[in-house]
Ligand binder design. Sequence first.
Ligand SMILES: C[S@@+](CC[C@H](N)C(=O)[O-])C[C@H]1O[C@@H](n2cnc3c(N)ncnc32)[C@H](O)[C@@H]1O
Length: 249
Amino acid sequence: MKTCTNRQTEPPIWVRQDATRRRYVREMFSRVAPRYDLLNSVLSFQLHHFWRRYVVRTLRLAPGSRVLDLCTGTGDLAIELARYLGPAGEVVALDFCEPMLQRGREKARRLGLNHTVWLQADALMLPFADAQFDAVTMAFGLRNLIDKPAAFRAIHRVLKPGGKVAILELTRPQRAPMRWLYDLYALHILPRIGQRLSDADAYLYLPMSIQHYEDRATIAEYMCEAGFVNVCYRDLTLGVVCVHTGVKP
Ligand SMILES: C[S@@+](CC[C@H](N)C(=O)[O-])C[C@H]1O[C@@H](n2cnc3c(N)ncnc32)[C@H](O)[C@@H]1O
C-alpha cells in the first residue's frame, strides 16, 4: 500500500501545494476510477446528483452555450450539462487522469451524448485561446489543485465577457451540531467504508483534504482577485457542500 507521506518529516500530502501532491492526486484517481461512481453514491447517500443538478440550474445557460467542465473525472457534471444544453450546445470535459476520463467517455457514449469533447489536460494549464466559453464549472476538483488563485486566473482567461463560473466543492459545515456529526462521519466512518469498498489512502485523503480546504470567504477572495464580479457562495445540505459563483465582466 502507498503511504500518504514520503518521509516522516514531510508534511502530509493534503497540506502540500506542490508537484508531489499533483502526482499523488493523479495516481490516486487512476487507482479509484473503477469504483469512483459507486463510492460517490454510497458516501453521499446519492446526494451528489442533486448537487450537480443545482450547479447546472444556477448557471441559467442560454441555448447553444459552450461550457468547460474542469476536473470532470467520470463526467457526471459534464453529462448533466450536455443533457441540459441539448445538441445545440457543446461541453468540453477536461481532466488530467485518463482512467477517469475513459469512464466518462463510455457513459456519454451509452447515453448517446455526442456533443461532449473529452480532453486530457491540466486545469492549471488550459489548452485554449482566450474568451472561448460561456461558462466554466468544476465539481469536487478545486480542493485538489495546488494553486487555486492560478486556477481562477486561468478560468477567467478562457471565459467570454459575461461568462459564468460555478465551483461545487465539499466543505465542513460551519455550525454545531452539524459540524460535530459531519466530523464523526467524515473522519471515522467514511474512511472505513472507503477502505472496504475501494482504496484506504484515497478515502483518508478525501476527508483530510476537506478539513484543510480554504474557507468559503478565502475562495471568494481568490475569485475577486482573478477579476470575477458578483461573487457569491451558497451552502447546500447544511454546509457539507458549497457552490461559489461569479461572472467575468
Ligand atoms: C473528486 S474528482 C471529481 C470528478 C467529477 N468532477 C465529479 O463531479 O465527480 C476530482 C477530479 O479532478 C481531477 N484533477 C485533479 N487535479 C487536476 C488537475 N490539476 N488538472 C485536471 N484534473 C485534475 C482528478 O483527476 C479527478 O478526476
